[in-house]
Design a protein. Structure first.
Length: 138
């Protein structure tokens, strides 16, 4: 089983209930093909960089899951058929470094989901390797 991430953009013309039903259908597609969903991250309604099918906005949702590589073709085929989706992208995490990053993203999604609604969410700043933190202090 490999680790994957799917970002899906759902049509903004749907009601809140229809959007949630569409997300549940997407998760059902993954689980029916033998996938195990590790975490989800509802990013909410966002403005698109450019119009897609005359839509200026879209509902963004990220799903982190593990599944056999042979099931990805069927999952993506079913996503293409789904008329509620404007776009989707599947990202495969293959190397040890990528799997570590996937685990961190899953933990971050769990923390975001478990945080109370009224609490301010502070994002952690990650400094890329090769950049010296004390460079500005000199």
């Amino acid at each position: 089983m490999r680790h994957y991430e799917n970002l899906v953009i759902v049509k903004p013309t749907l009601t809140a209930e229809e959007i949630q039903a569409s997300i549940k259908a997407i998760e059902e597609i993954i689980t029916s093909n033998g996938g195990e969903i590790a975490a989800t991250d509802a990013m909410g309604m966002r403005k698109l960089a450019y119009p897609l099918n005359k839509n200026e906005r879209g509902y963004f949702h990220v799903i982190y899951y593990s599944v056999a590589p042979s099931a990805i073709n069927e999952i993506e085929r079913r996503f293409r058929i789904n008329e509620d989706l404007l776009r989707f992208v599947t990202i495969k995490y293959d190397t040890n470094r990528e799997v570590t990053a996937w685990n961190q993203l899953v933990q971050k999604a769990h923390k975001k989901a478990s945080a109370p609604a009224g609490e301010a969410k502070v994002e952690e700043v990650i400094i890329p390797a090769g950049i010296d933190e004390d460079e500005d202090a000199e």
